[in-house]
Design a protein around this ligand. Structure first.
Ligand SMILES: C[S@@+](CC[C@H](N)C(=O)[O-])C[C@H]1O[C@@H](n2cnc3c(N)ncnc32)[C@H](O)[C@@H]1O
Length: 261
């Protein structure tokens, strides 16, 4: 379908009509059911850090009455490590916030509304409150995930579904101890990569009670992802991921929480 080519870089692999997919970096559809979804039918929902909108469209598909999809206006609003701030680094960012979402929304006939807002700036005054808030693969990219979670809590009147990348090594070494690996230097704009217990603790520390959580799962790479190396080490890591998370890709953990009273 030629319309897909109007967006040169897709974050998400999205099936925009039967058998027709956008060439994304990541394909969430095969693992969406591994997440502990609440019942969203008839609910007002928010997707924070929507990218090209997979989770927002999934909320609609599951029967949400209204979906708001929040993301930043431009890549300079990401929490860049200090040494990567500046125009020369931003020029290297190829994905354009909002472009894929707008095109996918049209192709899917979606009513989800995209708003340009940093997670830290979520307030009930700005957007009202939501029965369900989802946030996928964003916390690791934030310098201050607790401030982000507090802002999410301020607009969450029902359930919060949080999915986050996890560090497999920390997950295996420390099953019960909440832990995180600090990056803060790399091009991937990553900060705190938790183990599942760390992810859970962040959400609890921000004032939520956890109701259910997933086992670890891996988000598969999409067709646009540059293939990984074939060194014995990377093959070994891939095999370990497959054994522990049930597949290849980026290891994740998801949980369903509600604001603590
Ligand atoms: C790794 S992608 C995850 C996309 C999607 N939520 C998912 O689960 O596949 C992170 C998204 O969060 C957005 N983002 C980064 N920093 C943000 C911030 N401070 N506030 C809101 N969105 C942010 C990025 O623009 C990007 O769309």
């Amino acid at each position: 379908m030629s319309a897909i080519a109007d967006n040169p870089v897709w974050y998400h692999t999205l099936e925009v009509e039967p058998g027709v997919k956008t060439p994304g970096w990541f394909e969430l559809a095969p693992v969406a059911n591994r997440m502990p979804w609440p019942d969203v039918r008839g609910k007002r929902c928010l997707d924070v850090g929507t990218a090209d909108g997979f989770l927002a469209f999934e909320l609609e598909r599951r029967g949400a009455a209204e979906v708001v999809a929040a993301d930043i206006a431009s890549a300079d609003q990401w929490d860049w490590p200090e040494r990567l701030r500046g125009p020369e680094h931003l020029e290297e960012v190829t994905w354009e916030p909002g472009r894929g979402f707008a095109l996918a929304k049209e192709l899917l006939g979606s009513s989800a509304e995209r708003v340009e807002l940093r997670v830290y700036d979520l307030t009930p005054e700005e957007l009202g409150t939501f029965d369900v808030v989802v946030c996928g693969s964003l916390l690791l990219h934030l310098r201050d995930p607790l401030a982000a979670l507090r802002a999410i809590r301020s607009v969450c009147a029902g359930r919060f579904l949080s999915a986050n990348q996890v560090d497999l090594r920390l997950a295996l070494l420390h099953r019960r101890v909440p832990a995180a690996r600090l990056d803060g230097l790399g091009n991937g704009c990553q900060w705190w990569i938790c183990n599942p217990a760390g992810h859970r603790r962040l959400v609890e520390a921000a004032g939520f009670d956890v109701e259910r959580e997933s086992r670890m799962y891996s988000i598969p790479y999409g067709e646009a992802h540059v293939p990984r190396g074939r060194s014995p080490r990377s093959i070994g890591r891939r095999a370990l991921r497959a054994v522990v998370t049930g597949g290849d890709g980026v290891p994740h953990h998801a949980l369903l929480a509600r604001p603590a009273v």
